[in-house]
Design a protein around this ligand. Sequence first.
Ligand code: ADP
Ligand code: MG
Length: 507
Amino acid sequence: MNAVPATHTIAEQPAPSGALAEFLERKPRLLVGGEWIEAHGKGRIAVIDPATERQIAEVADADAEDVDRAVRAARAAFESGPWAVMLPDERERLMWRLADLMERHAEELAELESLDNGKPITMARLIDVPGAIAHLRYMAGWASKLDGSTFNTSLRAAPGTRFHTYTVREPVGVVGQIIPWNFPLLMATLKLAPVLATGCTSVLKPAEQTPLSALRLGELILEAGFPPGVVNILTGLGETTGAALVAHPDVDKIAFTGSTEVGKLINIAATATLKRVSLELGGKSPVIVLPDVDPQTVAAGASQAVFFNSGQVCVAGSRLFVQRRIFDKVIEGVSEASRSIVVGPGLDERTQMGPLVSQDQRDRVLGYLYFGRKQGATIAAGGDAPAHKGYYVNPTVIVDVKPDMKIVREEIFGPVVVAQRFDDLNEVAAWANDTPYGLAASIWSNDLRSVQRLVPKIKAGTVWVNCHAMIDAGMPFGGYKQSGFGREQGRAGIEMYTELKSVCMAI
Ligand code: ADP
Ligand code: MG
């Protein structure tokens, strides 16, 4: 293994700017019915900067009573008042106003996201904040474009009777939205956008590790002029706030993004009241490299696919399959790329990869590296943590893996890729699908025939070709198998927030 180059000395976290310092001064509260209120729940959660391990804020752990209050506010806003009678173009205009406000505060939001989650500010500026805004504007357009159908039925009744039958889409109602910590603002906005476009209302629970950008978003939602109760935001733990939200009888739908383990718990709990459930869960996405490509170019792509956001991405390309002829060259390229990544604190402009979100997450990832070694895998690059404060793990490339190893089967959610050789398309398709997950995959090749033969074999909600993790609000996104169900984004993503009503009228 090469010596670690000098660029891997971890820099110190720069101080946050004035606007951010001002936000951090304000005491975080819960947003319920258009007001910032004190929590009934007595629990408190420390919010940590993962680069320094220092506490930057403290938020409440909302309890069942807080959840009930928020759900009642959301129900009231859904059933009566200005939101219930608002026309689509008015909702659309409010959504654009919010998007404009987010744009005006883009730098502050990027900084906040970087400080709270640990991600490089350059990435928050490039991906998280503009992505969130784009989702809002995209979904705003659907507010005025939902439609139904009319039918030529063969219904028979008394002679002369005719029937007029049609469908309408109606908002599903009060939605509980539970989101993870890897893209906090983007997830919050992505979840809220279809709620706002359809005329639903939301009780949103950000992840306990990264609650801050959702609270800032809540301030901007009020400033944009959304009526009270349309968006309610509760900070808290999964087992308290999250579980109470899933159990609440007056919540119509739960939209969840997070681990497969918790997704299953939520699905079971939601059955008691038959809530609608949409789940965006884990993945172990294959990156498949066919022999016709330039190994250097693809190595750069494969490295991006797994190391972006420190590998804390549900679609991370964490299993790399390379055709035997070019395996060594590609692995050399990915290992080199991994060693050149500048690891450091998020607010430092030079940082290309930040720390993991929390100590738990860092320990989990290091635990997988331990198991990998123990089960006989070889570390080609990285494999350890820098000796520095902060939840850092070096980007890691692992070879000599076997299909039944823990590091091959389980989602690591860190900067770790496991690489395997393959010989032909049928073999790689079978291995790519040999996982309980089915979120995404990428195929790297310019051989049209092979690509077109492989795409239908892959059991995944998204297949990229010669790219990875390209996500757009217009493109449906979701998983096969244990990666969840339902599709967010695109037409499917807005229809998921509606009920379809058939009307049959004798005339
Ligand atoms: P991770 O383990 O990576 O933190 P989780 O799936 O546990 O991912 O967390 C995703 C979101 O789900 C977070 O907002 C978390 O608070 C929430 N959550 C965790 N457990 C539960 C639960 N039992 N019920 C509802 N929400 C939960
Ligand atoms: Mg968890």
